[in-house]
Design a protein around this ligand. Structure first.
Ligand code: ADP
Length: 450
């Protein structure tokens, strides 16, 4: 600290030294003139010297002022004495700042070139979705032009309803997959990252190829499942006939037939679940927008749970009078899977609660059980097809391993999500959340007059 002060002081003295020396020179000449020609002459010389110095400073000040209007390195003025030192220092500082400006520009240029070379479209937008910058891939994906559209609102340029709804929602957890209206052969996956308050990066990825492969896989699974459906129905039908045969078959054969019937039924359920999943995944299946009487649905599921449990569990339901806009069949399938899982993964004597209530800017269908629970590392993977924590238990209880994948897809189609909380050995809560926009409140039924 002290050395810095001393250094600064030395610098200042160095700067003032020529001016002080000139003043001293004027003083010496004035004294000599005074001695030789009298006091008046001495004073006149001193005055003339000071005025001259003042005028010189004025001229340099004018130069400085003029230069500061356009401070370029090439036009920096030359000076003498203190001004030479001042201009040299200005020159050095200007040169340093021009070099750092150039470095900054080079870095920015390199950064833009790097981003431009990415195979993804990158677009910077502000809080009101006005385009700040984008790379050529984003221009190509979204059919915009940086030169013409910079500063315009992105949603005024890309008007696909799904895109506009996604960009104006605050939920970017899942990417949006869509086909731009202007180029329906292209399939884009859009993601948004807010990198500082009010500024976001929109990333567009061309997933046409992987979508095509995915569609082929989906079609293949759907076709195979479809082809398996009829033979399985026939096999199952004949097995049932044989099981009901009169007079009954002997015990060993009956046991074998029962096992065949169980496995054939499991295959049938698998085929049905696979078909349902491929229908849910297909963009061609539009979502039915019916008014779904969820209270009635939950009551029906409660009775189904009782039938499945056969008295082994204590089952209860709490239901609010709210209906939903969506697909009755899909919601029934999703909620039904959660309920049947609760029964299947809760040992006898356990408790199962179904709840349908308004919550978190939407509504929640919750299934709480006091069952075996799930270890935390499995929870993020539960909705993957055929992911099972305990394979044998899933099979024993007739699971297909597709139940939660179906739940996830149904909820996605309804702009909802699945939340899972669980403690091993204590139980789980599976919550299917649906957004407020889908809720239909119904009036309380008029109470019968007393
Ligand atoms: P499955 O047909 O095997 O039940 P799901 O997709 O419905 O397939 O569930 C995936 C896995 O999640 C199950 O195999 C099971 O391990 C676990 N699981 C689902 N629900 C529960 C629950 N209520 N309690 C404990 N584990 C569960």
């Amino acid at each position: 600290m002290r050395t810095m002060n001393r250094e600064t002081l030395r610098h200042r003295l160095l700067l003032l030294l020529p001016a002080v020396m000139r003043l001293a020179l004027v003083a010496v000449v004035a004294v000599i003139a005074g001695v030789l020609f009298g006091a008046v002459a001495g004073l006149a010389v001193a005055l003339a010297g000071v005025v001259l110095m003042f005028l010189v400073h004025l001229v340099y000040l004018a130069f400085l002022g003029q230069w500061l209007e356009q401070p370029r390195l090439a036009t920096i003025p030359h000076g003498v004495g203190t001004w030479a030192e001042i201009f040299t220092r200005l020159y050095k500082s200007r040169r340093a700042s021009e070099a750092s400006e150039r470095r900054l520009q080079d870095n920015e240029e390199r950064f833009r070139r790097t981003i431009s070379a990415l195979p993804e479209g990158i677009l910077l937008v502000d809080a009101s979705l006005q385009i700040e910058w984008c790379n050529p891939v984003a221009e190509q994906h979204l059919g915009i032009s940086l030169r013409a559209d910079q500063g315009l609102r992105l949603t005024n340029l890309v008007r696909d309803p799904a895109f506009v709804a996604y960009m104006t929602s605050a939920n970017f957890e899942q990417p949006l997959v869509f086909r731009p209206l202007g180029n329906p052969a292209l399939v884009l996956s859009i993601g948004v990252i807010e990198f500082e308050p009010g500024r976001s990066i929109v990333i567009s990825r061309d997933i046409t190829q992987s979508e095509r492969v995915d569609a082929m896989r989906r079609d293949f699974v759907a076709n195979v499942s479809h082809e398996l459906r009829t033979p399985l129905t026939v096999v199952n039908g004949f097995l049932e006939t044989l099981l009901d045969a009169r007079p009954p078959l002997d015990a060993t054969r009956t046991r074998h037939l029962q096992l065949m019937h169980e496995q054939a039924s499991r295959m049938q359920r698998l085929v049905e679940d696979l078909l349902l999943l491929s229908r849910l995944e297909s963009a061609e299946t539009p979502l039915a927008e019916e008014q779904v009487d969820v209270p009635q649905l939950v009551r029906a599921l409660e009775s189904e749970a009782r039938a499945l449990s056969q008295g082994r569990h204590e089952i209860a339901a709490e239901i609010e009078r709210v209906h939903l806009r969506g697909s009755r069949e899909e919601l029934r399938s999703a909620f039904g899977n959660l309920v049947s899982n609760a029964v299947r993964y809760t040992p006898a004597g356990g408790r199962i609660r179904l709840r349908w209530r308004v919550a978190d800017d939407g509504a929640l269908f919750e299934v709480e059980d006091s069952g075996i629970g799930i270890e935390p590392e499995h929870i993020p993977r539960l909705t993957e097809r055929f992911y099972r924590v305990d394979k044998s238990r899933s099979r024993e209880t007739g699971g297909t391993g597709l139940g939660l994948a179906i739940v996830k897809h149904v909820l996605l189609r309804h702009q909802g999500r699945l939340d899972v909380r669980s403690r091993v050995g204590q139980g789980s809560v599976f919550g299917a959340w649906l957004p407020a926009a889908r809720l239909i409140r119904v009036a309380e039924p008029a109470r019968a007059a007393a």
